[in-house]
Design a protein. Structure first.
Length: 277
């Protein structure tokens, strides 16, 4: 009897194990990593649009907010599924070198030159960013640079080059590199009453302005487009192609574009939808 009972228990136990093995495993929450810029994070844009995407798709988004150059490096290492940045030259090279695929236009804002009300370089009101930077360099007026290989930093260096000025000659005196994101760099400029190039979105969301204000805007060269792309799964097979593609398709869709356009600070729109579907 005891032997029969042990056999019966063993049979039931084996059957239970088989039944458990046949059940589907608990699904892990779907998620992706998006390497992006500090401007999209610190302006509050992601906080505004990502809950809508997650509610629609169930996909959680972890944002790694860095300068564009560093964000692209994260993609090269395979530590992100999607890259969302704003330096078209660097983006095109990223794709051409095989690190990213399927780049799409998403939105734009513009850069603005910020400066103190005293305006020691006398640049306020001009719409020529190169001329303004030339005056700043000649006056050796305090200027704060992100110095972090971001899209904003790359644009700043291009504008100084157009001005025929080399700001690195003033490094340590009037030209100060912070190696930080847009928000911390603006805080430094505010504390120093210095000039700084910023994206309009982060500037509008920035509260600690002190004596700073916009001194140059409206130059067509200050146009600041953003692009999104999938990290190439041929380079990094662990990239979540399905979820990453879902994010890209959503952000360039009408729903995603409307979410971007609806984000405002103080009644002013920060980013302008620019997907070409």
């Amino acid at each position: 009897m005891a032997t029969h009972r042990r056999r019966l228990i063993g049979t039931v136990f084996a059957a239970a194990l088989a039944a458990l093995a046949s059940l589907p495993a608990f699904a892990q929450p779907k998620s992706i990593v998006v390497a992006s810029t500090t401007s999209t994070e610190q302006s509050g844009l992601f906080g505004h649009i990502l809950p809508t995407f997650t509610k629609k798709t169930g996909i959680q988004v972890k944002v790694v907010a860095l300068g564009t150059g560093q964000a692209l490096d994260v993609g090269r290492r395979g530590d992100a599924d999607v890259v969302f940045v704003h330096d078209r030259v660097a983006e095109d090279k990223f794709v051409a070198d095989g690190w990213g695929i399927g780049r799409r236009d998403v939105m734009y804002n513009d850069f603005v030159l910020i400066g103190p009300k005293a305006d020691p370089a006398k640049v306020a009101g001009t719409k020529d960013v190169a001329a303004a930077l030339k005056r700043i360099a000649e006056a050796k007026a305090p200027f704060v640079s992100r110095g972090d290989k971001s899209g904003t930093h790359a644009a700043e260096l291009r504008y100084f080059k157009l001005a025929g000025a080399d700001p690195l000659q003033g490094k340590g005196s009037w030209y100060r590199e912070t190696g930080s994101g847009m928000g911390p760099a603006l805080n430094t400029a505010s504390s120093m009453n210095a000039y700084i190039l910023a994206d309009r979105g982060t500037w509008l969301a920035f509260k600690n302005r002190g004596e700073l204000g916009i001194v140059v805007e409206g130059d067509k060269r200050l146009f600041n487009p953003y692009g999104v792309m999938l990290v190439n799964p041929a380079r990094h097979p662990h990239v979540k192609v399905s979820e990453g593609s879902a994010f890209i398709e959503w952000i360039v869709s009408k729903e995603g574009q409307d979410a971007i356009a609806s984000y405002k600070v103080g009644g002013e729109q920060l980013f302008f939808a620019d997907a070409h579907n």
